[in-house]
Design a protein around this ligand. Structure first.
Ligand SMILES: Nc1ncnc2c1ncn2[C@@H]1O[C@H](COP(=O)(O)OP(=O)(O)O)[C@@H](O)[C@H]1O
Ligand SMILES: [Mg+2]
Length: 250
């Protein structure tokens, strides 16, 4: 579903991605871990075509999106549901308008049809009847769920979660984790989860990759983690400040 081949990305002198390769299979939940500033979000933006790699290719369902024109790229982007780190709801729209946003924008459905779909999708994330509230009236965890509803309403093939549980309380975290699992099963969707919360990530994922120094230094099955001999991965997993990874190294 997603195949990244040898991508490089720099901002000015700063090289963030230095030859990243990655494959995410159809229907898989894939976890990307790495320190803050490692380039996880930059990598995601390359995958959804918000950034173009300096070198390398990004294949989505067999199509190299780095070669597409703007219009074609917009079409491919509609295959993605994206939940950003900061829920990024529109403050000036109510929940119903936020969740229905892409349907109002990109389809010819009537208002009534969209309202119906919004209602169903809010029920899917456990938030019935809050259409008329505004984002500032919701807790952080609820905002995340609204953002998830907005992302899944148009039935994307791939859903991308960037730090879905960062900055919300533990009970809300648990709710989000269950919701992601539930959606995965119900919609049989391909999911890519980026987080530095290992507990959350490992609960959700089948396979994972560890981004360090601009490269994927581990890619494998969750169950391979216990046997890893890579000292850098072991250090990250144990959350220890002592080890081969230096304080400034991301
Ligand atoms: N548009 C940009 N312009 C310049 N630097 C950027 C830009 N986006 C990200 N960076 C830099 O790239 C590095 C990786 O950022 P990011 O992908 O957000 O890390 P994280 O792994 O925490 O998601 C950081 O040093 C950040 O400052
Ligand atoms: Mg990030």
């Amino acid at each position: 579903m997603i195949k990244i081949k040898n991508i490089y990305k720099s901002f000015g002198e700063k090289v963030i991605l230095k030859g990243v390769n990655l494959t995410v299979g159809k229907g898989e939940t894939f976890l990307m871990i790495g320190r803050s500033g490692a380039g996880k979000t930059v990598l995601l933006k390359n995958i959804i075509g918000l950034l173009t790699p300096d070198i390398g290719s990004v294949y989505i369902d067999g199509v190299d999106i780095t070669q597409l024109k703007k219009k074609q790229l917009e079409k491919v982007r509609l295959q993605f549901g994206i939940v950003f780190q900061h829920s990024a709801l529109f403050d000036f729209l109510n929940v119903g308008e936020n969740v229905g946003f892409f349907l109002y924008q990109y389809t010819k459905l009537t208002k009534k049809e969209i309202r119906e779909k919004v209602k169903d999708t809010l029920a899917l994330v456990g938030l019935e009847g809050i259409e008329d509230l505004y984002p500032y009236e919701l807790s952080g965890g609820m905002q995340k769920r609204v953002a998830i509803a907005r992302a899944v309403i148009y039935k994307p093939k791939i859903i991308i979660y960037d730090e879905p549980t960062t900055g919300i309380d533990p009970i809300a975290v648990d709710k989000i984790v269950s919701l992601i699992e539930d959606l995965h099963h119900r919609l049989s969707i391909t999911s890519l989860v980026v987080t530095h919360d290992l507990e959350v990530g490992l609960k959700l994922a089948d396979r994972l990759a560890f981004l360090l120094g601009g490269k994927i230094i581990f890619e494998g099955d969750k169950k391979d983690l216990d046997e890893t001999k890579d000292e850098r991965l072991k250090q990250f997993l144990s959350g220890s400040s002592g080890g081969p990874i230096k304080e400034m190294e991301v």
